[in-house]
Design a protein around this ligand. Structure first.
Ligand code: HEM
Length: 125
C-alpha cells in the first residue's frame, strides 16, 4: 500500500518565528565572540608591549577594514549581552514565559543591540 504522508522539502516555505531567530543569533554571536577573543587579546598585548607597539596598534585602528572588524565585534557583543540579559530574565521568571512576552522581549533586545551598534559606530568613526 502506498503511504501518503505530508512532505515539505521546500525550505523557502519554512519561516522561523522571531523568538527562534533571536535564540539562534544569540548562540552564533556567542561563538563569534569566543573565536575573536584571540585577535583582540593579541591587539591588547601589542598595544601594551612597548611605545612602538602602542603606535602600531594605533595605526591599525586607523585602517577602515580593522575599524569595521572592531565595530562588528562591539555590535555582536552588544547583541549577545542584551539577548543574554533577556535570557536570564526569562530564566528567573522576571519577564514571564508566554509567547507574547517572548516576542516583545526579543524585539526590545534587537532594539537595544541596534542602538548600541549605532553608538559604537559613532565612537569608532
Ligand atoms: C567572552 C564573552 C562571552 C562568550 C565567548 C560567550 C559565549 C556564549 C556561547 C557560545 C553561548 C551559547 C551556548 C549554547 O547555546 O550552548 C552563550 C550563551 C549564553 N550567554 Fe554568553 N558569552 C559571553 C558573554 C556573555 C555575557 C556578558 C552574558 C551576559 C549577559 C552572556 C549570557 C549568556 C546566556 C544567558 C547564555 C545562555 C542562553 C540560552 O539559554 O540559550 N554571555 N554564550
Amino acid at each position: 500500500m502506498k503511504k501518503k504522508r505530508p512532505v515539505n522539502l521546500d525550505l523557502s516555505t519554512i519561516r522561523f518565528p522571531l523568538t527562534a531567530i533571536a535564540s539562534i543569533l544569540h548562540r552564533i554571536s556567542g561563538i563569534i565572540i569566543f573565536l575573536s577573543i584571540g585577535a583582540l587579546l593579541w591587539l591588547l598585548d601589542l598595544s601594551l608591549s612597548s611605545p612602538k607597539g602602542f603606535l602600531q596598534a594605533s595605526l591599525m585602528m586607523d585602517n577602515c577594514i580593522f575599524k569595521f572588524f572592531i565595530w562588528s565585534m562591539f555590535s555582536i557583543l552588544s547583541y549577545h549581552i542584551s539577548s543574554g540579559i533577556r535570557h536570564m530574565m526569562m530564566d528567573f521568571d522576571i519577564l514571564g514565559v508566554t509567547l507574547q512576552t517572548g516576542k516583545f522581549s526579543a524585539q526590545i533586545s534587537f532594539l537595544i543591540a541596534s542602538l548600541l551598534a549605532i553608538l559604537s559606530g559613532v565612537l569608532i568613526w
